[in-house]
Design a protein around this ligand. Structure first.
Ligand SMILES: [Zn+2]
Length: 62
């Protein structure tokens, strides 16, 4: 089962971070620590602006 990654921009510091679309744990900004993604049981809910969708980002083929 493959999932997409999303390039999310932090609403506080504008850091761009790649977040797994089905994150099962809360994802924080690596720079300022604000929450970028919250797990909802399925697709994660993003707090920042999604700039880009990154498919199969150099991960092994499944
Ligand atoms: Zn930040």
């Amino acid at each position: 089962m493959a999932g997409n990654f999303y390039n999310v921009q932090c609403p506080d510091c504008e850091n761009e971070q790649v977040v797994f679309g089905k994150a099962s744990t809360e994802v924080s900004c690596a720079v300022c620590g604000v929450t970028l993604a919250t797990p909802t049981g399925g697709k994660a809910e993003f707090e920042g602006e999604v700039l880009d969708v990154v498919e199969n980002r150099t991960v092994e083929a499944e």
